[in-house]
Ligand binder design. Sequence first.
Ligand code: ZN
Length: 460
Amino acid sequence: MSQLIKNGRVITATDDYVADIFIEGETVSAIGKNLSVKANKEIDASSMLVFPGGIDPHVHLDMPFMGTFSSDTHETGTRAALFGGTTTVIDFVLQTQGKSLQSALDNWNSRAKGNAVGDYSFHMAVTDFNENTKKEIKHFIEEEGITSFKTFMAYKGALMIDDRQMIGLMEEVKKCGGLINVHATNGDMIDYLVQKHREEGKLSPLYHYLSQPEVTEAEAAERFVDMANFTGCPGYIVHLTCEGALNAVRNATKRNQKVFVETCIQYLILDASLYEKDFEGAKWVMSPPLREKKDQETLWAGINQGLVNVVATDHCPFMWEQKKMGENDFSKIPNGHPAIENRMELLFSEGVNKGKITLNKYIEVACTNPAKIFGMFPRKGTIAVGSDADIVIFDPNKKHTLSAKSHHMNVDYSGYEGWEVTGKVKTVLLRGEIAIENNECKIEKGFGKFIKRKKVSQNI
Ligand SMILES: [Zn+2]
């Protein structure tokens, strides 16, 4: 099977030109002007942008939580991602404290295998680092192709590891060629504030926000950066939201340290005023919470300064009924919001279209950097001869409105209801196969492959 995408404006992290793209099987085999090749199918992409499939390296699909599960499965979540131009996602496997990493992976595989529509990989969240866990790290990197290890500096008693475990894990991960992702917030400070607010009868979603002030994130980011510097382990801060935390990273660059930073689309375009809407604010209860306008400016500037490397989602949807578990207590609201389908279009509309970032930067933070940092480049994250033909054909002028009525995520509300967006995904190819066309998904569950990743490089 071969396909020819004709006359599109091809955008990568570094290029911008009009050309034809010839695809044979799963990969791109030629790029050039007026290619004279015979293809089984031709797609006219005149006046369209043609860019690499998006990579969302921070999603939680079918994640067990408080006796329930995040509402998108690997099937519905990766399908919704494809509708929004994201062809590969990286989901988090969570170790249960007292059990092995392998048993957690087996558990996640049992839900993901054969169900994913789009391509996926896993990060391994280490919640209990001990002599047994230590022995598993090398195997994960070399045999499983899982090279990134998530740590939590918060959620004591469930997910959090202490600094002693963090240092030990960093040394082992560095030795084996992996990377540490971190949820960098000060768990003890947050636990104290949550308890204080509950005792004072302050129970609305607003107090979720007020229990996680900027300092709780800035302090932990700085501590993590120092530990990464001490051990020499590559570090990646997930969902960084604020000026104080980014300044910790900025300071680290002064001693020639590189720490990767991810923010999420919501932190760039939504702010904490949404928590003033009584219980409706639960739609945006996530950790860290939304911040202030000044933090949005910091994050956009950080992208252009090369300090913020990735824009992800932390997609973790819950139905409104599930959110209502915390109707009388903000600390019982399941954390997370849906965005896997909206990220690429929102970042284009709010970022590129409003002149905050260039088209090349857009591709860099949404496609190329996630592929490079997490060991999938150049197979994923760019359009080049030999790369997987994961390609988005995008209409940059098409206006549309985001709504729970039309999205494909398995969740009954949208965090962006009524949001006017300029730019729409038109056609998506995944490994040379048409995945999305005419607003329909053309591939079935099970098409999505687990992508084994290479060891990480600190130089991107
Ligand atoms: Zn997350």
